[in-house]
Structure formats: structure tokens, C-alpha cells
Design a protein around this ligand. Structure first.
Ligand SMILES: [Zn+2]
Length: 480
């Protein structure tokens, strides 16, 4: 039996059972490399280093990008809320075939295309409330280090030069296929055969592309050219987060070949790479995978300009991050309604002060329940179910003027929303004049004991999306 490492999750639980103490819970996440939900065991206590693959800026961000950034934003916020210090790095690929091709088509400089779409990227990301990464390395600023790493791979005899570039010889890498969860043989059988026939195997991938006339270039020992995409991310992640960083993430379409090939370079150099691999599911529109290469992407910018962007965050939260997520006009509209309910809750409870020192603390049993749900592979859908249950319970308490009973639950909901990055709006809502007029007419009808008229006015107000709350202090109007 192999010795147990001191401080491992199992030991902590055993110790807790023996001495009857409570230990801090540990978040469990699905690890693509292991194919199982496992505890997140970090390189350093209470610190998480996380590299999330960013965009290639050759077009507007699509809603799949939006989902990916939201999933990792929620992970980051939840970890921070749980007391971790998070170092979040996400790159910008500002040199790539797709950028060069677009520039050629439009008669522009590649750098100009990259600048335009990077600005659009941040516009979309900021609008959905994703916290900017602490570092956003641009591939073009790291070419020197990439050339160095490729040189080290050539020196070790695991990379070779052919007429159009330098390639990694995949058969020399231990455990290639770990993320794809396929053997090298089956990957080789499925790979496209190289047109010029110089590659030693069809799965060998490019580290350095020799440039064609007119393309942006950097000098290297193998002639002018540019780095391959897989080399960009391995160099920048190790460069900023160091060996054995904690989480490498991205959309599930990046698992193979991109992440497999990043990992292969680190393994070939004998450098410990990501401890944990995390991938989110696709966005589907009418059951079809959303990907730029299929050309069916809906633009994230259009989405955030046409609806309350918080609706999209809520939709993402209400899906499990590993499941496919369907985005339609209806699902967005439903999420928007749900945001209205949460805002109404925020307004109704705006007078409850739960700030530090106020004496009102989040109900510990509710917070513990929330943690339990979230620590089980970031089950944000379960967390949102809990939030909406609490909102209903608090509304019921307030309906019977049980303020003291509601306060710890209100504080708990606020804390949960903070952990999920869900900002609620407690600004008083502007009620349209015609709704106010109907409410006043209803008051008059009630005073005149014309209850039939009063009821039909209430129905009309409800039908228009507003709710009347009658209490001893008078009637208030809020959005349904
Ligand atoms: Zn990447």
C-alpha cells in the first residue's frame, strides 16, 4: 500500500472523524484527465493558479465564448468567496492563420484585425460581468520564450524540422492521449494524413510555422515564422503560473488536440503541467453544437445589447457546466423573468442591513447547504434552486411581517449571489403611470366596497406584469 501524503483530503476527513472536529470542505471538480470528480488539491494551501484559454481575436465573440468565460468566472468568484487567493490568467491569441486570412480578405494588417476584435471581446466579457483576468498575455509578446522552448524540445530530440516548420514527435511523449482518453494508435488511425508526407506521424503537430511571403514573422533558428497555437499556451501558462499550476481550463472542444498538445510539450520537457483539467460543455442552438467553425454562432455582443446581460449569467448558472446548454429566445426570456424576481426580492429587502457589524449574519445552515451543493462539482444549478427557494421563503415571512425570521436568510441569499457573481438591483423600480392610475382606482373601488371592480383591476395589473402587495401599512406595487 502506498503511503498517504500528510494533509491529503482523506487524512483530514479521518482525523475529523477521530477527534470530532469540523474541517473546511474541499471543492470537488471533474478532472478531464482522470475522468472523475476529484478533490481540488492545490499546489499551495489556499491559493489557486488558473489558466483559461482565451480567444483568438479573428471575429466577434460568440455565445459559447460567453458561457466559457462565465463558467470560469463563477469558479474564480466561488473560490475567492471560499477564502482562496486566485491567480487567473487568460491569453489573447493575436497571431493566427484565421487572423491572417481575415486580414488578407479585407486588405488590412493582421494587427489591425486583432485590435478590432480584441476590443469587441472585452466589450462582451465586461458586459456579462466577467472579472478581467489578473494577466492577459498576448501571444505576440511571448514569441522569444516560445522560440526558446521549441529550441529545448529540438535539443532533447523530441522535435524535428521539415520544410514548412518544426514539429513535435508525439510518439516520444509518455502518456499522449491522456486528455483525449484514447491510445496513440487510435489517435493515429483517426488523424488526417499530412499532404506533403514529411511528418513522421500524422498526429505530430506544429510548434513553429515557417512564414509564407507577406505574413507577420519573427526570427528563429529555423528561419522566420511564427509559433503554433499549442506552443503559445504552454509557454504563457508555465511562464506566468509556474510548473505544476493548479487548473487549466477551457471549452470542451479544446481538450483535443489543443490541451493534449500543450501538455505533450510540458511532458516532453519533463516539466510538471496542470494538476487539474476542467472543461465546460457546448452551447447548443436547436440541438446543434455552437462553434465558430460551423458558422452558426450567435454573437455575444448582439445578445448583451438586446437583453439584460445578467440573464445570460443566470442561464449559465442554471445549467451544469459540463452539460450542453440550449440557448433560445425562450430560455433567455425565462432567465430574464427570473432576474426580475431576484431584483424584486432585492428591492423588497433593501432596508435590511446585513453589512459587517450590523449584527445580521447569513444563516450558517443555509450557507453550509450552499457550500455542499457548490463543492459537488460546481453544481450552480442546485445552488440557484436553493436561492429561489429562499427567495420564496423570505417573501412568505415578509408577507406575515416576520422580519426577524427573514433577516438571516436575506443575508444568506446576498452572500450566495456574491459567490455566483450575480448582482441584484435594489434600486426602486419606476412603475408606469397607467399602472399607478389603475392601482389608485382599485383603492377607490375598495374604499367604496366595490370588490368586483377592485378584483378586475388587480387582474389587469397582474396581467401587465406587476404585483400588488396589500399590508396594514398600505399597498405597494412590484414587478412580477
Ligand atoms: Zn490555449
Amino acid at each position: 500500500m502506498s503511503p498517504r501524503v500528510a494533509g491529503s483530503g482523506n487524512n483530514q476527513v479521518r482525523l475529523a472523524q477521530l477527534v470530532g472536529i469540523t474541517v473546511a470542505r474541499v471543492i470537488h471538480l471533474f478532472d478531464t484527465a482522470k475522468g472523475a470528480v476529484v478533490p481540488l488539491e492545490t499546489r499551495e494551501p489556499q491559493k489557486v493558479s488558473m489558466y483559461v484559454c482565451g480567444p483568438t481575436v479573428d471575429g466577434a465573440p460568440h455565445i459559447g465564448h460567453g458561457r466559457m468565460t462565465l463558467v470560469f468566472d463563477v469558479l474564480r468568484r466561488y473560490l475567492e468567496w471560499s477564502g482562496y487567493e486566485v491567480h487567473h490568467v487568460s491569453n489573447v491569441t493575436d497571431i493566427d492563420d484565421k487572423i491572417i486570412n481575415r486580414a488578407e480578405r479585407e486588405g488590412r494588417e493582421p494587427a489591425d484585425v486583432a485590435r478590432e476584435f480584441e476590443a469587441l471581446w472585452w466589450e462582451g466579457i465586461d458586459a456579462i460581468g466577467v472579472a478581467r483576468p489578473h494577466d492577459d498575455p498576448h501571444a505576440t509578446a511571448w514569441v522569444g520564450q516560445m522560440v526558446e522552448m521549441i529550441g529545448a524540445l529540438v535539443e532533447r530530440g523530441v522535435a524535428y524540422e521539415i520544410s514548412d516548420g518544426v514539429y513535435l514527435e508525439v510518439s516520444k511523449v509518455d502518456g499522449y492521449g491522456l486528455l483525449a482518453r484514447q491510445s496513440l494508435d487510435s489517435l493515429q488511425a483517426g488523424a488526417r494524413v499530412d499532404a506533403n508526407g514529411e511528418k513522421r506521424s500524422p498526429v505530430d503537430f506544429v510548434l513553429w510555422k515557417k512564414s509564407k511571403p507577406g505574413e507577420p514573422t519573427w526570427p528563429s533558428p529555423w528561419g522566420d515564422g511564427r509559433p503554433g497555437w499549442h506552443t503559445e499556451c504552454v509557454v504563457m501558462s508555465l511562464g506566468l503560473l509556474g510548473d505544476g499550476f493548479d487548473i487549466h481550463g477551457g471549452g470542451i472542444d479544446l481538450t483535443f488536440p489543443h490541451h493534449e498538445n500543450e501538455r505533450a510539450q510540458a511532458v516532453a520537457l519533463g516539466r510538471p503541467f496542470a494538476r487539474h483539467w476542467m472543461h465546460n460543455g457546448f452551447v447548443e442552438v436547436d440541438g446543434e453544437k455552437m462553434s465558430k467553425s460551423l458558422g452558426n454562432f450567435a454573437n455575444l455582443i448582439d445578445l448583451v445589447r438586446s437583453t439584460d446581460p445578467r440573464s445570460y449569467r443566470l442561464l449559465v448558472l442554471q445549467s451544469h457546466y459540463r452539460s450542453p446548454m440550449e440557448v433560445t429566445k425562450d430560455t433567455i426570456a425565462q432567465a430574464r423573468q427570473a432576474i426580475h424576481r431576484l431584483d424584486a426580492f432585492a428591492r423588497r429587502t433593501a432596508d435590511i442591513d446585513s453589512s459587517p457589524g450590523s449584527g445580521i449574519e447569513p444563516d450558517p445552515a443555509l450557507i453550509s447547504k450552499f457550500r455542499e451543493v457548490m463543492d459537488g462539482d460546481l453544481n450552480t444549478a442546485g445552488a440557484m434552486t436553493l436561492v429561489f427557494q429562499l427567495v420564496r421563503t423570505v417573501n412568505q415571512s415578509l408577507d406575515i411581517d416576520d422580519l426577524a425570521g427573514a433577516e438571516p436568510a436575506v443575508a444568506a441569499v446576498r452572500s450566495m449571489c456574491q459567490a455566483l457573481g450575480l448582482e441584484l438591483n435594489d434600486e426602486p423600480e419606476v412603475v408606469p403611470d397607467d399602472i399607478i392610475a389603475m392601482a389608485e382606482e382599485r383603492e377607490a373601488a375598495r374604499a367604496a366596497r366595490d370588490f368586483g371592480r377592485a378584483d378586475s383591476l388587480r387582474d389587469a395589473i397582474t396581467g401587465a406584469g406587476w404585483i400588488l402587495d396589500d399590508s396594514a401599512g398600505g399597498t405597494t406595487i412590484r414587478r412580477a
